[in-house]
Design a protein around this ligand. Sequence first.
Ligand code: HEM
Length: 503
Amino acid sequence: MLESKPRFNTLLSTTAQAHPWLFLFLFATLISLFLFSYRIFSHPLSRIPGPLLAKCSSIWLHYQVYVGNECTAIRQLHEKYGPVVRIAPNEVDIADGDAIAPVYGARTDLVKSPCYSKFTLDGHTTVFATLTSPGRAGRLKAVTSLFSQTSVRESKTAMDECVAEFVARLKTEASTQRPVDILNLAEAFATDVTTASLFGIQHKYGAMAEKVTPFSASGYLDDFLAVGRFFYLPYPLWVVLERITAVVFPDKKRLSSVRAVDRYCEGVVGSVDVKGGSHSTFQGRLLNQGLPESKTAVECKDSIFAGGYFVGVVIARIFWFLVQNPERYATLRKELLEANSAGNDTNAQSLPYLQHVVKEGLRLAMPSPARLPRIVSEHGLTVQGHFIPPGTNVGLGALQLHLNPEVFPAPDMFLPERWENATAEMKRDWVPFGMGVRSCIGRVFSVAAISEALKAVVDTDLLGGAVAVQDTIAVKQWTISKLTDGRIMMVWPQASQAKQECV
Ligand code: HEM
C-alpha cells in the first residue's frame, strides 16, 4: 500500500499544537508581510513619496510626535521627497501654500480629524474639539462678536488695567536682580487679560496678584498641553493611556491647579442671572443660548487655556527675541519714543514697526507648529498632481510654511523689517492662527493683547537692560507646542552673576 503524504492543513494543525508560539510568530509575520506589501505597492497612497517605514506603519509618526520632533522630521522629508509626503500609511503632509485653500478654505468640505476629540474637556466637546463645522455653529455665533475689533476696543479698560499690573510686576521682579521666569509672568498676564475681557472685569482671574511662580492656573495649562504627546493615537487607546498615566504618575500639583480653574469657572458661570439679561459676557451669551451651566463652564475653561497659554507664550518669546536682537529692540524703542514725543496717537496697533515685531514673533513662536489634520471628503483632493483619496488624513503645518526659505529668506532669523514689503506668498503662508474656516476666533483679541503688553514694556525700557539666560528656546513640536524647559528666564543688572547661579 502507498504511504499517503500528510495534507497541508494536517501539517498546520500539528505544528500549531506542537509549537504554538512559533506558529503564532509565523502567522503574524505572514500577515504583516501581506499588509506591508499592500501599503507599499497597492494602497491608494502608494504613489505618494515617503520613507519606507512611514509607508508601512504609523509607528514612525507616533515616535516623532512622542519625542516632540514631528515638524523637524517632516521638514527633512520634504527636503528629500518634495512638497507632498506620505508620513504614515494613511496620512499625508503638504508643504505648499497653494494647498491652503483646497484643504482649509471656505469652499472645502474637509472636516477636522478625529484626533481633535482628545481636546474634549471634562466630557464636553468644546468649539475647538468639534470635528464638523455645523456642530459648533450655534456656540460660535453666540460669542464671535466678543472677539471683534469693536469688542476689543470696548474692553480697553480691562486691557489697560492688566497691562499696567503686568508692567508693575515685571519692574518689581526685575529689581530683585534674581532671574525672572517671564513665561510665567506673561501667562499670568494673558490669563488675567483674557478673563477680564471676556468674562467681565469683576471676574479677572487674579493670576498676577498671586505674585508667585508658578501661578495657580499654570498646572492646568501644562495639563492641557500634554495631549500633544499622543495626539495621533486612536481615541480609546489614548483614554486608557491617560488613565494609566494618572495612576502611575500622579501629579498632585497639577490636579490641584485643574481644580482651582474648575472652581473659578463654576463661580464665573454661577454669577450670571440669565433671566436678568446679563448677556454681554462670554458666559452670559452661551447660557442665554441654552448651553447648560456645566458646559458653559467648560467653554470658559477652554478659553482660559487659549488665552493664557497661546497669548502668554507668544509675549514671552517676543521679549526673548528682542533681548537676543538688541538692534531690533533699539529700532522698536526709537519708533515708540518718536511717536510719544510727536504726541501722536500711540495706540499699539498704529505703530508699524511694533506690528512687524508682533508678526515676526508669531511667525517664529508659532504656538501651533504642527500639521492641522483634516479628513479628505468623498470627492478626494488633488495637490501638486497627486490624487489624495477620500478618508486620508491630510494637512499643512505652520512650521513647514513659516520656515520655507523660498518665501521667508533666512527663515530662522528674527527680522521684523521683512514685513515692510511683504510679498503675497508671505501673507498667504503666515498662518499662526490656523487656516480657513476653522481658524482662530481669538486672533484680533490676541494681537491687541500682545501689542499692548509689548508697547507698555518697551515704553519702560525694561528689556533694554535684560539678559536672556537661555541661548536657545527648545520646543516640543506638538499640535500645541510646549517649551521643553517650561520657562524663559531673564536677568537684569548684575546679570552675569545671576545668570551663572541660574544655569
Ligand atoms: C496668540 C494667540 C493664539 C494663537 C496663536 C491661536 C492659534 C489657533 C490655531 C492655530 C487654531 C486653529 C486650530 C485648527 O485648525 O486645528 C485656533 C483655533 C481656535 N482658537 Fe485660537 N489661538 C490664539 C488665541 C486664542 C484665544 C485668545 C482664544 C479664545 C479665548 C482662541 C480660541 C480659539 C478657538 C475657539 C478655536 C477653534 C475655532 C473653530 O474651530 O472654529 N484662540 N487657534
